[in-house]
Design a protein around this ligand. Structure first.
Ligand code: SF4
Ligand code: SF4
Ligand code: SF4
Length: 361
């Protein structure tokens, strides 16, 4: 896509330089030189250089576009600039690899990232797929590794809301997958600013972990434990609710649990189980997800997901000493073997889709 066309399509020409995107963007709060407003302005003035590192600061959280008064689709605009950067041989992988070297320590696997240990695990704690995330957070909090944890609660039915959990009860309330994006990084940044560098754990999607590592790079005082969730794609709640009510004739807001397994989207509601193909929900997928290439949360201290494990277990990938330390707290951990090929296959598929979509821009 030519620059002029990209500017038109993403409505960058609407920009009035109000600066709301900068005020909203968790990355620009820490990376002083990163300014979505300025990047939009430079593009409008014809001075944008797609070889600048700045265009790789964005983590596609869409907070700026949600709050832009002139409907500028800034994340899509950034993906368009990245597509241009590809023509100069500049790829996302270079920035991810730099962060991997900085924060992680283990053997490199080209598909699933740095690995110190990989296993399928479950604990006695009730939670989705083995209760691993809940167990890690409660154990870390009880042993004093961190004072709070950024997690996602349900609100208004099944809408995801990122919160700062200060106690084990709030951590337990967050168990269960939501399959929606929630602004965990925004909550983290608020917690850092308000708490002055407390020790914090965060459970987040791969895109958010990328943003967190960029923040950590310039704000090294913060003591963080990052737990990444496997993610192939994610939904916007309002669109998902609408689509699910059309296909399954249920109100997602009343669901007890939702799950994505083997290509099916499953809703557990009023003692029943209703499901449809995930492919039928494509119009509810967040726009940025189609460009995303990270399935396994390559930059997290520990990555967790159901793919590759038997029912009732979670796959757990340890990628750093902090990850080791955290997993070591689980005294009731039961383990079994992981199907590493299954994880690699999905990771390759996601990468292929992201690269192809970027080349199409
Ligand atoms: S919020 Fe929208 S209009 Fe305001 S500076 Fe950012 S892109 Fe421009
Ligand atoms: S999408 Fe998120 S990270 Fe990217 S510029 Fe907007 S607010 Fe910042
Ligand atoms: S697919 Fe990527 S961009 Fe979308 S929510 Fe998952 S990690 Fe984030």
């Amino acid at each position: 896509m030519e620059m002029e066309e990209l500017i038109q399509e993403t409505k960058v020409y609407n920009c009035v330089e109000c600066g709301k995107c900068n005020a909203t963007c968790p990355i620009s709060w820490f990376e002083a030189e990163y300014s979505p407003r300025l990047i939009a302005k430079k593009a409008l003035e014809g001075f944008i250089d797609v070889r600048e590192e700045k265009i790789w600061s964005c983590m596609s959280c869409q907070l700026c576009s949600d709050r832009c008064p002139l409907e500028v689709d800034y994340p899509k605009f950034i993906w368009g600039l990245r597509a241009e950067a590809l023509k100069y041989g500049i790829e996302e992988a270079a920035y991810v690899n730099e962060l991997e070297q900085l924060f992680l320590d283990g053997e490199m696997d080209k598909d699933i990232g740095i690995v110190r240990e990989i296993t399928a695990g479950k604990t006695s704690v009730e939670g989705q797929d083995g209760g691993i995330v809940t167990s890690l957070l409660t154990a870390g909090m009880e042993k004093g590794l961190f004072d709070s944890a950024i997690v996602v609660h349900r609100e208004d039915g099944f809408r995801a809301k990122a919160i700062v959990a200060e106690n084990v009860e709030d951590v337990i309330k967050a168990s269960g997958s939501k399959y929606q994006f929630a602004p965990t990084v925004e909550r983290l940044v608020e917690a850092i600013i308000e708490g002055g560098g407390k020790r914090i754990a965060i459970v987040a999607l791969p895109c958010s972990i990328y943003g967190i590592r960029r923040i950590q790079k310039v704000f090294s005082d913060v003591e963080l434990y990052t737990i990444g969730l496997f993610c192939f794609e994610n939904f916007s709640f309002d669109l998902l609710n609408l689509r699910v009510s059309e296909i399954l004739e249920v109100d997602l807001g009343l669901a007890d649990k939702i799950d994505v397994k083997k290509g099916k989207f499953v809703v557990y509601i009023e003692g029943e189980e209703k499901s449809c193909d995930v492919d039928e929900l494509q119009e509810a997928v967040r726009e940025s997800c189609v460009f995303c290439t990270d399935f396994t949360a390559r930059l997290a201290d520990i990555s967790v997901g159901s793919v590759g494990s038997p029912d009732g277990y979670s796959t757990v990938i340890i990628r750093s000493k902090k990850g080791d330390e955290l997993l070591g707290l689980l005294k009731d951990l039961e383990t079994t073997s992981v199907d590493r090929n299954e994880i690699a296959k999905l990771a390759q598929l996601k990468k292929k889709r992201g690269v192809e979509k970027l080349e199409e821009v």
